[in-house]
Every structure is written in C-alpha cells, then in structure tokens.
Design a protein around this ligand. Structure first.
Ligand SMILES: [Zn+2]
Length: 290
C-alpha cells in the first residue's frame, strides 16, 4: 500500500472582512484636485460614500487583524475630537455613518470571532478610522511602523488626524516595527520588510505617502491567492494604476509607493490589492476567497 501524501495545511485558515461603518468624503479628497486643499475642504459639495474596513485573519498561531476600524463614538460623542477647530474641519471633510453595531467587538462577533482572542493588530497607519477599535483588544500587540510613531511624537499630530487621546490609551500595547532588508526578489521594490508571524505568511511593507509611516500587508498562504492590503495608500485601484494621487498626502511619496505596488502586481499576476475604503473591494475579496 502506498502512503498518501497529506495535503499541506493552510497557514491562514480564513480571512474575514469587518465593515465598521461608512464614511462620505469629497470627490476632491478621494480623487485629487488642482484646487488648493482649504478651497475644496470649505466649498466642495460632492460626496462619495465608502466603507471603513478592517480585516481579520485566522492564522494557525493566533487571530490577527489589519486595522481596527472606526469607533462609533466618533458619531455619538460630539467631543470625540478634542479641539474645536478639529471638530469644525472634521464636519467639513467627512460625513460618518457608524452605529453601535459597527464597533470592532460586534463586527468580530458577527463572524463568530472574539475580540479577546486577537493576538496582533497590524495598524496600517494612525488615522482615527483605523485605530478606533483598539480599546477592544488590550491584550493584543499593536504593530505600527517607526516612522508613523515618530509623526505622532512630532508637534501637532492632530493636524494630520492623529488623535493622541485615542491612540495613547492606558494599557495599549503599541510595538514599533523596524523593517529589515530582504533578499526575496519579489519584495525587492520595497527594499525592506517585516515578517509579522515569522513564517512568511504575513509580510509588512513600507508604503508611505498617505502618512509618513503607512504600511501594507502582503498575505500568502496555501489555498489563497496572494492578497495585498494597502490601507489608505489609494482609495480605489484605478487611481493607483493611473498614478492619480488623492487630495491629501505627499504626492511624490504616494507615486513612489504606487510604482512599487505595480511592480509587485507584475511579479504576482494573481495578486489581489485591497484598499480599506474601496466599495469594490468586498466583491473582489469574496471572489478571491472563493
Ligand atoms: Zn487614512
């Protein structure tokens, strides 16, 4: 009798999308504008609605998240943003649709997962709609890039929507990630990376531009096409392919990061790129996950 080779077991058992509400933003914000930033902030009347998405990965060594979404208190607490000028600008820039059911713990429960089981969170960047659920996972390591953490420590981080009072929570277990040189030719455009789980299945890549320390997550596991979660590097795929930068962020850095992602797409033709506020991402991910 010939022994049957056992099918290799997947490193990542399942991927879940967690929609923590919706946001409307101006067209100029999303797709860029030749007009000055304050002009469109104060005068634009065109709004585009998009999801605020986080993701959960059932890795064999633990439950890992990519971002934590928005806090429903953003809508229910009129003083969520502590500075009056911040509150004024927030209303001009965003319209939120976030209910109590959109809290991170509730969204995890909806897919039969528990916030208490989360062991790590990859925080793509420190904007409030990505860190809003960290209070639900005090036991988890919160991984943030060093450059992003440095921006938090520089003067006036609130100006860039880094709300310190919602990031520096007592007991929050923040860990800064140091990217290291990689010999993987696939990752050569990025130069450096960080192997989040130590087995190559979840690789963090520096993709600055939206914020100084924004990072993306490359997921590779048996049974899945390669997935690249890019956070807010781009809001949709077409602008990334057309080199069309949004209305905020560092245009040169954004374009350099876009080019690196396009290189990766060339090297991995079945790569699925997932932006966090892309209305088309949900269907694309569902197709990719089969
Ligand atoms: Zn952002």
């Amino acid at each position: 009798m010939v022994a049957q080779a056992e099918a290799p077991s997947p490193t990542i058992k399942a991927v879940h999308e967690l929609t923590t509400g919706f946001v409307e933003q101006h067209k100029e914000h999303r797709y860029g504008s030749s007009k000055p930033l304050m002009w469109w902030v104060l005068t634009s009347r065109s709004w585009v609605k998009a999801p605020i998405t986080a993701y959960a990965f059932e890795h064999r060594d633990g439950l890992v998240l990519f971002d934590t979404g928005a806090d429903p208190a953003l809508v229910s607490d009129p003083n969520y943003v502590s500075s009056p000028i911040g509150r004024f600008i927030l209303k001009k820039v965003f319209r939120f649709h976030i209910g109590p059911e959109d809290a991170l713990d509730k969204r995890l429960e909806a897919v039969n997962l528990r916030a208490a089981d989360v062991s790590k969170v990859v925080v793509s960047h420190l904007h409030f709609d990505h860190i809003g659920g960290i209070a639900h996972v005090p036991q988890a390591e919160l991984l943030v890039s060093k450059a992003e953490w440095q921006r938090l420590s520089a003067p006036n981080p609130e100006q860039d929507w880094f709300l310190r009072e919602h990031i520096e929570l007592p007991g929050a277990n923040w860990q800064t990630v140091e990217f290291v040189p990689t010999s993987d030719p696939l990752l050569a455009p990025f130069g450096r990376c960080y192997d989040c789980m130590g087995d190559g299945s979840m690789i963090l890549l520096p993709t600055p531009g939206h914020t100084p320390g924004s990072m993306s997550l490359l997921v590779r596991s048996i049974g899945l096409p390669p997935l690249l979660f890019v956070g807010d590097l781009t809001y949709e795929l077409e602008p990334l392919h057309n080199d069309q930068v949004p209305g905020i962020g560092d245009a040169d850095e954004l374009k350099a990061s876009f080019a690196k992602v396009r290189e990766l797409e060339k090297a991995l033709p079945d790569l699925v790129v997932i932006p966090s506020h892309d209305p088309f991402a949900s269907a694309k991910l569902a197709t990719a996950l089969g």
